[in-house]
Design a protein around this ligand. Sequence first.
Ligand code: TRP
Length: 352
Amino acid sequence: MSNREVILTGDTPTGQLHLGHFVGSVRRRVELQDSHECFFLLANMHAFTTRASEPDEIRSDTLEIVRDYLAMGIDPDKSAIFLQSETPAIAELTFLFSMLLPFNRVMRNPTLKEEIKVKNLGENYSFGFPLYAVGQTADILAFRAHSVPVGEDQIPHIELTREVARRFNKLYCGIDENVEDDDPIMLEKGVFPIPKADVGKVGKLMGTDGVNKMSKSLGNVILITDTPKQVKKKMGKIFTGRQSPTDPGDGENALMQYVETFIPDPERAAELKDKYVRGDNIGDGHIKVEVAEAISEMLEPMQARREAVGNDATVIDIIKSGTARANAKTEETLAMAKDACGLQFFGRELGF
Ligand code: TRP
């Protein structure tokens, strides 16, 4: 049981999940949950780093994500779905790790920079905002995770995590800096394995504007709960710039990405793409309808599962048991880390 590889990943509660989350990361998690020890994080503290004035929304967004996870096939008996805010070892490790990274290194993280731009944070972001990147290294390392299924945009965070792990193992476990990441010594002597990003086949799903990445803030998403009518309407908006069914189409555009991603029969997908790039009398509208139908067919069983989840109390029970499993794991890591850096004076007993 416990010698299975550990998977850790998660989502910041920003609203309901969409198809980009599904194909970019959640689908991969569902595949992994039989063979790996899986932990899925509800990053609600991270949500506070940009939305501290919206606690009620963060709370309901957190519960919505769990409903979406269950809809998409995550099984809470196999995988632990847990709450960041009730996993205190993560916060403690964040503090410790923040000392292992130069401030300027954190600020150079391209994902952080992009977020400052996209969310218009300017110079007014909180002190806690960039700290979330350090927090994310702790989210991962607290589980001594081997692999992190994520979309492409998260790669810089995983790179930062790898740096922290190497640094810690070098400073406090006596591992020479020339030791390779996957050298068995790293695991024998070090506290932290050096985790790998596991980017799925679709690292970045385009949005229904046909131009940008699918993202809630850009209003170009297809939600897991969208009806066939909504899906069809949104698909209709994908911009391709193509004029007529006999124009040779761009095989790399958003519409073709959807064909490859959502048409379940690979032969049919190849046929559609072939006709499209040759301009063999096939209209965008026709393809969009076919893709929309495929998406709705895929969503139908998810929506049925989502309906069956039950009330908030049921969802909270699921998070509670997942969080107990997360705490068992992360308290063990925290004790190992404290031991390594001379912070283990006596066992902790918080008697009230
Ligand atoms: N930053 C991720 C997002 O916004 C969420 C996240 C937080 C995460 N901690 C993580 C993802 C650890 C992977 C691993 O989607």
